[in-house]
Design a protein around this ligand. Sequence first.
Ligand SMILES: *Cc1c(COP(=O)(O)O)cnc(C)c1O
Ligand SMILES: [Zn+2]
Length: 424
Amino acid sequence: MTTSPISSLRCIACGTQHEVTTARFACQSCGDLLAVEHDLDALKQRFGDLKQRFDQRASAFGSGVWRYHEMILPDLPAASIVTLNEGSTGLYSRPAIDAFVGCKRAQIKHEGENPTLSFKDRGMTAGVSWAKHVKARRVACASTGDTSAAMAAYAASADVPGVVLLPHEKVSLEQLAQPISYGARVLALQTDFDGCMRLVKQLTESGEIYLLNSMNPFRIEGQKAIGIEAVHQRGWKVPDWFVIPVGNAGNISALGKGLRELHALGLIDRLPRLAGIQVAAADPFYRAYKNDFAQRQAVVAQPTVASAIRIGDPVSYDKARKVVQGFDGVVGVVDDQAALDAKASCDAAGVHICPNSGVALAGARQLVKDGVIGKDQEIVVIATAHGAKFSQAAIDYHSHDGGPLHNTPRVLPAELTAIHGALG
Ligand SMILES: *Cc1c(COP(=O)(O)O)cnc(C)c1O
Ligand SMILES: [Zn+2]
């Protein structure tokens, strides 16, 4: 039996339809981004009671992305899935975190518990599975961090050669270790990050090498599973707010898309509000929001501890703008110190997060202070990567007086009396 496809690929600006098998992700008419669209009526008809399907898979199924296969890439045959059991990450409630944020309940959805320690794995399992499905012979991305680690891991798992373009001598060892370990062809180019981006676009233009950068719309479909899984873990009860850090703005776009589809499919009965948080060193989306999105803004991103969101001109600006507007959302901004203090507070509650996640947590606290999030409300904060992936930030904070929560190791002579003295 052959069935007609449920998903199509459409330009977000002019609506032109594109082949779902294409490896070119700029609209051929106007150059804007493409998005995967699912025919939700067909989805319901073909798969019936999705809630029941998802509930049944909940305990037995390893991947927290493919548990929701019908909502992610319904036309992808199960046999084409490339998975590392991504997702199924913890949703943590801690009285100390509620107290820090100042609202009734502030849960942390810890995406650092993914195979390469960031949420990028959710996008890459979808992107690489699709790449394999459309018979891509090579995949490529330009990245200084989590994207290249995730792409390299899934490319290796799929046995598809991966190419990573990095700016020479501008990437930390922590960020290099994963892609080289996973066997990707890592090319350190004598340019900056923007130079790498330009070149990876040219390299993939002919469609011979499959692009897995932020423009790839299939990654968004995998990332949608963060919100779906969080709501599922809450017994399909939506929180009042989701709070998420914003860099290229793909993740907030994915979050909104998934929640919107859950609602349209009848799995949730209302929509939450969304808060996107930026870091002061790179806040173009915040500036546009403050200006009622009258125009797209770009800034020169400054150095920040939140290096994964040091982005001056977000690729997914338009998708994210629509999501913020459609979810009665807000955009906030915090500085590095607030992000580090929030991270330290969360870490000390036993949930070790990265500085980018600290931005979201600090933003949530600020929104409660400002009265935007009510003290009686429940929120879910998306932590995007694990603290262990950004350990320099923790070492710096705790080695000297990095903030009110610093926990500096003490150097002592190797004597029991000295230890007793230190323990008091
Ligand atoms: C990629 C990334 C982000 C930003 O996500 P966008 O989709 O670019 O907004 C935030 N935190 C971490 C750890 C990331 O790797
Ligand atoms: Zn177009």
